[in-house]
Design a protein around this ligand. Structure first.
Ligand SMILES: [Zn+2]
Length: 695
């Protein structure tokens, strides 16, 4: 359900369970110049600042206050920021690519598939005429479930590779279980399936179990369930909706929390096939795994064991009719964006408008682009980089990475609190770090994927199955380290902890993150901070658990680990003190890995920028010193606005701090104090001992 489900290890999170809020209109965007944002003479939007605010009181407002005051969140978005404004640019570019493919009469191969996929989704008249027929086979199959084995087969047959625990970190699936296939935590030489909890329509267990605002959301959700069932012509919709909500609430009770799911050591549970039978009775596990194409797989990693045990117990204890109603609704809800207008509109009315406060559904072409990217993203991406990414940009970004990696190495050497032994291991890990810039070295082969120009829902279902089988095929094959878990046309960046590898897609190497013509201080503060952030993920509270081969291994001396964890606790407390609303604080534990990456990544990029100056001072530009521009560059990439509902959801489930708090990372950096003459008594001031220095 999460169209852009990028979480833990990425620069930007979107919202789990927001089906249709990606993309937006340009109104309210940053100043435009021939369709491109304009970032002033040295690569920074000085007009967007609010110089009436003291930088030491609120650095986000100082750097972005006028932008925040004058920018309206586009009606079809729940939030707006530097990432989404670039995503807008990528959408327009992608539109040209897929519309050309759809119009080309002689298109062949991947180009034809891209065009047909897009055309099928755009064919509203055809979709309307087919009504509920495309989902009918799924509803009928579920209705025919006659016993627990058949229920187990249904659950197994609908598992997809739709979650990602450690790379793009999408923990959410609306199916009873999700599967992630990656190299084994304990054995980097083999691939293993990771079984992940799922089955909820709302983003997280707290939406079912908490009071206050959540009770209102549940009332709206129950009405949504009833509406979808009636649209499909299912009788007794109200009563069934109540039973379905009750069933999901029982599932929510056995689910792990976000903080628990975010904890690698809690997740590292190897189960054999026999373990499923003894530890999670209720499902016919042989039937379930056979239907999932996993009949010969003997070893699994079960990320949330209590959820698997609990779900299996519900398979035994709950009436089959309740399961069948629930599974039919889940199938309908997942299919709704690809069905007739009434279904698609209801899907947006709940997940977009009610849950996240987004006033208006995206235009259809934008939804079509996002779905085409989900299904055939590398086929689109290949054309995207041919058109929009130059060898010069790649070379310059590669050089920055090299400089920032070198600066990180020097920081390791200088660390006073770390023993020589741990430093040696950290250096070894840094030495084996691999970096992919712009696009993958090999492109995905879509030849086994069938796309039909008259079957929008069938296309998405076949694409999901294709993706699942592509992942299943990794089992029993040697582990490879070339796959891209993020598309080149996505505005984001990625650390892959099990592979000690970084990915920087072409679409983020654009202003305000990176501009080959901008002042280097801005580039180092912006994309340099992002690069430093991703490098640091290999050494954050999660990354530090993996050695240079990607094995979950303790390479720390106990004394060093204790100091590292103490610094983490201090940083978690700092972020937990931020309150976006009087009744809501950030969760400094949930966001710790990302905050460590910001603090150390920015410090590292600062060092690299200083090294690049070769001992000279940077010139003053428009009255700003080099140091000032470096930190302004950082603050500019974190400009962000949220709708209230969206921000409240985000704080509960997102592993990133909201933009304004990421901008405040500067208060942990010593040179920032001198650059802006920040004094004790100012709101962001931290005494030198309270500034957290993790690396
Ligand atoms: Zn990150």
């Amino acid at each position: 359900m999460a169209a852009l489900s990028l979480n833990r290890r990425t620069m930007l999170a979107s919202f789990a369970a927001v089906a249709a809020v990606a993309g937006c209109d340009r109104k309210g965007a940053a100043p435009v110049n021939g369709g491109k944002p304009k970032f002033g003479t040295f690569g920074f939007d000085t007009a967007g600042m609010d110089r009436a605010v003291a930088p030491g009181d609120d650095f986000f407002q100082y750097a972005n206050g006028t932008w925040a005051r004058t920018t309206e969140i586009p009606a079809d978005r729940s939030s707006y920021n530097a990432f989404t404004s670039l995503t807008e640019q990528a959408l327009t570019r992608n539109r040209a690519i897929v519309e050309e493919a759809a119009a080309a009469k002689s298109a062949k191969g991947d180009t034809k598939k891209v065009g047909d996929y897009f055309a099928a989704f755009m064919d509203e008249a055809g979709i309307e005429a087919r009504g509920v027929a495309p989902i009918r086979p799924d509803l009928d199959r579920i209705a025919a479930i006659a016993d627990r084995s058949a229920l187990s087969r249904e659950v197994g047959a609908t598992i997809r590779a739709d979650v990602d625990l450690l790379n793009a970190t999408n923990y959410y699936t609306s199916r009873p279980f999700g599967l992630w296939i990656s190299q084994d935590l304990d054995n980097p030489k083999i691939n293993t399936p990771y079984l992940v909890q799922g089955g909820l329509g709302l983003p997280d267990r707290s939406f079912y179990l908490d009071g206050g605002r959540m009770a209102d959301i549940r009332t709206q959700y129950r009405a949504h369930i009833a509406k979808v069932l009636s649209l499909a012509g299912i009788a007794d919709a109200e009563a069934r909706a109540g039973r379905i909500l009750d069933h999901e609430t029982r599932i929510a009770r056995v689910h792990a929390t976000q903080v628990e799911t975010n904890d690698v050591e809690r997740g590292a549970n190897h189960w054999s096939r026999a373990d499923f039978v003894s530890r999670a009775p209720g499902f016919d596990w042989d039937a379930l795994f056979a239907a999932a194409g996993l009949e010969t797989q003997q070893l699994f990693i079960v990320w949330q064991p209590a959820a698997v045990t609990g779900m299996a117990a519900l398979a035994a204890s709950q009436p089959l009719d309740v399961w069948k109603d629930y599974l039919q609704f889940r199938a309908l809800d997942r299919a709704s964006p690809f069905l007739a207008k009434a279904f698609a509109d209801e899907n947006f009315a709940f997940y977009g408008a009610q849950l996240n406060g987004t006033p208006q559904q995206q235009e259809r072409w934008k939804r079509a682009i996002n779905h085409t990217n989900n299904a055939l993203g590398e086929a689109v991406g290949k054309i995207y980089v041919e058109r929009h990414f130059t060898p010069d940009t790649k070379a310059k970004a590669d050089t920055m990475v090299k400089n920032i990696v070198a600066a990180f190495g020097q920081r390791i050497d200088r660390l006073e609190w770390m023993s020589a032994e741990t430093k040696d291991r950290a250096r070894r890990k840094l030495g084996t770090l691999k970096v992919d810039m712009g696009y993958p070295s090999t492109w995905r082969d879509y030849s086994a994927l069938e796309i039909r120009r008259d079957d929008a829902l069938g296309n998405v279902q076949r694409a999901e199955l294709f993706e699942y089988r592509r992942n299943l095929a990794k089992l029993g094959r040697p582990v490879e380290h070339t796959e891209w878990y993020m598309l080149p046309q996505v505005v984001n960046a990625l650390n892959i902890p099990l592979e000690n590898r970084l990915i920087f897609p072409a679409a983020i190497l654009e202003p305000p993150f990176f501009d080959p013509n901008a002042d280097p201080a801005i580039n180092y503060g912006a994309i340099g901070g992002v690069i430093g952030h991703e490098i640091t993920h290999s050494f954050d509270s999660t990354g530090a658990l993996f050695d240079e081969t990607g094995r979950l291994a303790d390479w720390w001396t106990p004394a060093d680990l204790a100091k590292f964890e103490a610094a983490g606790t201090k940083l978690a407390d700092q972020y937990s003190s931020y309150k976006p609303f009087p009744d809501v604080s950030l969760n400094g534990r949930l966001t710790l890995g990302e905050n460590i990456a910001d603090v150390a990544g920015l410090a590292t990029s600062y060092d690299a920028w200083r090294l690049s100056l070769g001992g000279k001072e940077a010139p003053v530009l428009e009255g700003f010193s080099g140091d000032q521009r470096f930190y302004l560059g950082w603050a500019q990439v974190w400009r962000a606005k949220f709708r209230e509902q969206a921000l409240r959801n985000y704080v509960l489930t997102g592993v990133h701090s909201p933009g304004q708090y990421r901008a405040a990372t500067v208060r942990n950096q010593d040179p920032w104090y001198a650059a802006f003459d920040v004094k004790p008594g100012q709101k962001l001031y931290l005494a030198p001992d309270d500034r957290v220095k993790v690396w």
